[in-house]
Design a protein around this ligand. Sequence first.
Ligand code: C2E
Ligand code: MG
Ligand code: MG
Ligand code: MG
Length: 293
Amino acid sequence: NADLAKNRAKLNGRGSVLFFNQQLHEDLLKKHRLVDRLERALDEGEFRLHYQPQVSAISGRIENLEALLRWEPAIGPAVSPAEFIPVAERSDLIHRIGDWVMEEACRQRAHWRDAGLPIERIDINFSGRQINRLDVFQRFESCLDRYRLGPRHIGIELTENVLIEADGRILDGLRSLYDQGFRIAIDDFGTGYSSLSYLKYFPVTALKIDRSFVRDAPLQPKDRAIMEASVFIGHRLGLEVVAEGVENIEQLALIREIDCDLVQGFYFFRPMPADAIERLIVGVVPAQSGLSS
Ligand code: C2E
Ligand code: MG
Ligand code: MG
Ligand code: MG
C-alpha cells in the first residue's frame, strides 16, 4: 500500500501532496473512530479476558496464567490488543480499560479461589501511560482488597521501556509492591532500550524473554546466545526466567537445555477463556477432581 502510494505520488507530481494529506486525514479519522468504538465496547461489555498458562519448563505443570485482553465487537472481526492498546494509550481511555482489566482479573481470581480451583497467580499487563497515573497503585491495591486477594493471587507485567521511563514515584510504588511480595515481570525482555543498569535499580522478580529471540533460537546462534545470556543474568540476579512464544518442540528442547524456568506459548496452550481454563485445570488435576482413570 505504501509502495502504491509512493508510485502514485511520483506519477502525480503536484497531486502527491494532496494524496498524502488525504491519507493522513484518513488515518486520523480511523484513529478517532477506533477510540470511539473502544469506548462504546467498554460500555457495551464487549471486552473479555483470556488466560494463557505459563508452565514449568521441566514438568510442564501449570504455574500461573497471563491475562490477555480480547475484543470481539458485535459487528466486525476481532481486533488485536496489539492494535487497540496503543490507540487507547493515546487517550484517557487506557485508564478505563486498565481498570476494567484489573477488576475482571481480580473478580475471576477470587471466583476461582472461592470455587477451590487450584490456580496460582494471574498476571496482568500494565502499559506506560497506565502506570503513569498518580493513583495507579492505590487503585490496584484497593481492587485487590475488595476481593481479599494478595501477592499470591495477582502479579504484574511491564515492558522495559515502561520501567525506563518510570519516575521516582512509580518506582516507589513498584518497590512497595515488591516488598509486599508481589511478582513483577519484565515483559518482552531484550527488545526495549535495554540498559542493563535498570536491572540493578528496578524491583522486579522475573524476566520474560521476548518471543522474537525464542522463535529463531534453534537455528540462529545469535538468538540462542542472547537467550543464554538472559537466563544467566536473570538467575544471577535471583530472577525467574520465562520464555515467551514457544511454538515447537525444538524451541522447548533448547529452553530446557539452557535452563529457563517457565514456558509460555502455543506449543502448550493458547490464551483461552476462563471456562476452558477450568476444564483444563480439572482435567490435569485428577487426584483432586476425582476424575482419575
Ligand atoms: P504480551 O504481554 O507480550 O503478550 C504475549 C502475546 O503473545 C499475546 O498476544 C499472546 O497471545 C501471544 N503469544 C503467546 N504465545 C504465543 C506463541 O506461541 N506464538 C505467538 N505467535 N504468539 C504467542 P496478544 O494477546 O495479541 O497481546 C498482544 C499484546 O497486547 C501483549 O503482549 C500486551 O503488550 C498487550 N496486551 C494484551 N492484553 C493487555 C492488557 O490487558 N493490558 C495492557 N496494557 N496490554 C495488553
Ligand atoms: Mg505480557
Ligand atoms: Mg510478552
Ligand atoms: Mg509482547
